[in-house]
Ligand binder design. Structure first.
Ligand SMILES: [Zn+2]
Ligand SMILES: [Zn+2]
Length: 762
């Protein structure tokens, strides 16, 4: 038997996130170890390997290829086909092939890896204290990419020519920095600089150390990160944090914190092993967890919150800064109130000039603004509240084939989505599109994603609401098929699709408001359906929304509307609101709540939370979306509570009727019962009624799966209690995992619905 006869050769196609993540050197090492010959190359669809050698060794390669892939790779498929053996010698990394359909994927930005971290703090290393150290296993990606293929000239590193030492690493297949596009060192790469708002340098020598010294003295410093500018100050410094809050126009949202490492984070919040894994993950999101009673944190960081949002350093600059400061810092978005985060340097200096005393910047431009991602751990697993830096643009699989499409998303908390085949690329969190700057980011972002992922939309999905800006954008697109998707159906579809399912299921979809199929404002919906369609099988009892959109900012209006609906006495202001609401305004709203064109009916669950929060004195007027509901949850007494009475009318449609609940809330609040007890009993009532109603709808239709989604289900207590009761009723429960339960998941849901409705059509 000749040697050649015993050899086997295969051609392997690897798809997924396999470019710019050290995949080819990895294959090269593996082949060398297994004694295989052949080659590996990148093409526009991913990575191609041809390998030849002992049949057993080829088998081992196929088994190990996906299993041991580099940390930033996400292998979706490995397909091998036999080839005749050629007797080829050696194993080569060959130049990229051009042509064919473009499907290669840009990776998300990733936290500094352990190897780079060691170099960062090693006085003997040439990158000692270099704030931009990175390699193929870590560093900036999405935020610096201007176009594809992912290659240095098409990144914001194009302006930095590599020195001989960096170039040698970049060209060496055995090196950790082989083809690491952002590769740099102190001799050739970006530099940090500490300036005032006018761009004048503030210090000589080590710029990060100088910024840390300012922070320790109580100064507010703007810091340029991966996806935008942050505002920083000492977390324990009452005066500095209060000053930051005042300069950010008295914003009331909790500030995020950054701690140097796990030990420091444990001193701030109670962390489960799952929370710790999230904190340490390469996405490095902000993790919201229960605050420790003795946390060394200024009161103004998160007033009225039982939790704190904490993250660990994600870029080397942050590692250095936290090391030098020696204590946790506030690291909150660099913006004023609800404006988008600043990412361009001149814009940052202009907008943040009145807030920050100093600017720690650098000369590597940010191409794509990305906010920090936010995760909240619950008994039902982690919920992504904001999906952005670290997660985007990783593809989210679809359970069915999609034509090339664009889904425009919701108007607030906007993220859009492009899709093709079985993959959807959901954009970074953009925010409120009624802000002109954000709308511009949306338009530019859509064009960028269409280029990056080679999607030329044939279908454009949008919300039913004709006045939404994303809808207006969809209607501008020419030569496409438009698919209008009801808001709450999109929530249901998003949750089903990310779990790889098409339904049917019964969804309890609770949020602020979204336009319903009947033209009214929905928001407490029980939908029975699948990806293609749905039936409104039930809902919360409709009440009046006195003053329309104003009701969302003034929860006391909803308190009045719900008291009216419950037949309670609204002739005078309830005691808990007496200090907040003048009697004549209360009476005017009570008249509105009786009906009329400026008080349209709504089934909004978010507004029910507002009403209860106002009635028990938690909050009468809000300064940001969802504030009353968030504070109502935060104040609830821990542990189980006896639910208030609540009615579930069997219908059809099933109606959850909390009028008796409202009467109890009002009575207990008037009797001076603490908000903690009222809130806990209200949560228990709504969870029980929701589970009962969903189970009834499911039983009537022979459906075994329940979905909980919509912004209201960002509420840890509500999602845990409702899911528990549904399982006790024998149902399988799905909650959003890969995408936010709030409107950040809408675009992906629209994409899934559009794919289902256009299925089988050319
Ligand atoms: Zn690294
Ligand atoms: Zn260099």
């Amino acid at each position: 038997m000749t040697v050649a006869a015993a050899r086997r050769r295969v051609r392997i196609r690897v798809t997924g996130t396999v470019q710019g993540v050290g995949f080819r050197p990895y294959v090269h090492r593996l082949a060398a170890e297994l004694g295989l010959t052949g080659f590996v190359l990148n093409d526009e669809r991913g990575v191609v390997v041809e390998a030849e050698g002992e049949p057993g060794a080829v088998e081992r390669l196929l088994a190990r290829l996906p299993a041991e892939a580099p940390p930033l790779a996400a292998v979706e498929r490995v397909v091998a086909e036999p080839r005749p053996a050629t007797g080829e010698r050696g194993f080569a990394i060959v130049e990229s092939e051009a042509g064919g359909e473009r499907l290669a994927i840009v990776a998300p930005d990733s936290a500094t890896c352990a190897d780079c971290l060691r170099e960062l703090f090693d006085p003997g290393d040439r990158r000692y204290r270099y704030p931009f150290v990175n390699c193929t296993n870590c560093g900036p990606r999405f935020t610096i990419v201007r176009g594809v293929p992912y290659d240095r000239p098409l990144t914001t590193m194009a302006g930095f020519a590599m020195c001989a030492a960096c170039r040698a690493e970049y060209d060496d297949p055995a090196d950790r920095r082989f083809h690491a596009q952002p590769n740099a060192c102190p001799a050739c790469g970006p530099r940090a600089v500490l300036t005032d708002a006018k761009g004048r340098r503030l210090a000589a020598g080590d710029q990060v150390a100088a910024a840390a010294a300012l922070l320790r003295e109580g100064t507010i410093v703007a810091v340029k990160g991966l996806g935008g500018w942050h505002l920083a100050c000492l977390a324990a410094d009452e005066r500095a944090v209060a000053e930051l809050r005042a300069r950010k126009r008295r914003e009331e949202k909790p500030f995020a914190l950054m701690a140097a490492g796990l030990e420091a984070a444990r001193a701030l919040v109670e962390l489960s092993p799952a929370d710790e894994a999230l904190l340490l993950g390469r996405e490095r999101p902000i993790v919201i967890a229960p605050r420790r009673a003795d946390a060394p944190v200024a009161h103004a960081v998160a007033p009225r919150s039982a939790e704190l949002g904490v993250m660990l350093p994600h870029a080397p600059l942050h590692h250095l800064l936290l090391h030098d400061v020696g204590a946790p810092i506030v690291l909150t978005s660099g913006n004023v109130s609800d404006e988008p985060i600043a990412y361009a340097d001149d814009d940052a200096r202009e907008r943040l000039g009145p807030i920050a005393d100093a600017f720690l910047g650098h000369d590597r431009p940010i191409h794509m603004r990305t906010d920090d991602s936010v995760v909240r751990a619950t008994g039902e697993g982690p919920l992504l509240l904001r999906r952005s830096r670290g997660y985007v643009p990783a593809a989210v699989p679809l359970p069915l084939e999609a034509p090339p499409l664009l889904a425009c998303g919701a108007e607030l908390k906007n993220a859009f989505c492009v899709a093709k085949g079985r993959r959807a690329w959901v954009s970074h969190h953009l925010g409120d599109l009624t802000n002109w700057e954000t709308l511009r980011s949306f338009r530019e972002g859509v064009a960028h994603f269409e280029r990056l992922f080679a999607v030329e939309p044939e279908v454009v999905a949008h919300d039913l609401h004709p006045d939404y800006l994303p809808t207006a954008y969809a209607l501008e697109r020419e030569g496409v098929e438009l698919v209008a998707v009801q808001h709450h159906h999109a929530h249901l579809a998003a949750c089903l699709a990310e779990h790889g399912e098409e339904g049917p299921a019964v969804g309890a979809i609770y949020d602020g408001t979204g336009l319903g199929s009947d033209g009214t404002a929905w928001g407490g919906e029980l939908l029975a359906g699948d990806l293609e369609g749905f039936e409104r099988a039930g809902h919360l009892l409709p009440v009046r929304l006195p003053g329309g959109d104003r009701a969302a900012r003034e929860p006391w209006r909803m308190a009045c509307a719900w008291l009216c609906a419950a037949g309670a006495d609204v002739s005078r202001v309830p005691p808990a609101l007496a200090g907040d609401v003048p009697a004549e305004r209360w009476r005017a709203v009570a008249r509105l709540a009786a009906g009329g064109p400026t008080a349209p009916p709504t089934t909004s669950a978010g507004r029910l939370f507002d009403a209860v929060a106002a009635l028990c004195g938690v909050r009468a007027v809000t300064s940001y979306e969802g504030q009353a509901a968030i504070e109502l949850e935060a104040c609830a007494a821990p542990g189980p509570a006896r639910p208030y009475p609540i009615a579930v009318e069997p219908g059809p449609p099933v109606v959850i009727d909390p009028r008796e609940t409202i009467r109890c809330v009002a009575r207990d609040a008037a009797a001076g019962r603490p908000a903690a007890a009222v809130s806990a009993r209200f949560h228990a009532a709504l969870a029980a009624a929701t589970a009962e109603a969903v189970a009834a709808v499911a039983a009537a239709r022979g459906i075994g799966t329940a979905v909980l989604s919509g912004g209201v289900f960002c509420n840890r207590r509500l999602v845990e209690q409702t899911a528990r009761a549904l399982r006790a009723a024998g149902l399988r429960v799905l909650v959003p995992r890969a995408l936010p339960p709030n409107d950040g998941g809408i675009a992906y849901g629209q994409a899934a619905v559009a794919a289902a409705r256009t299925r089988g059509r050319g």
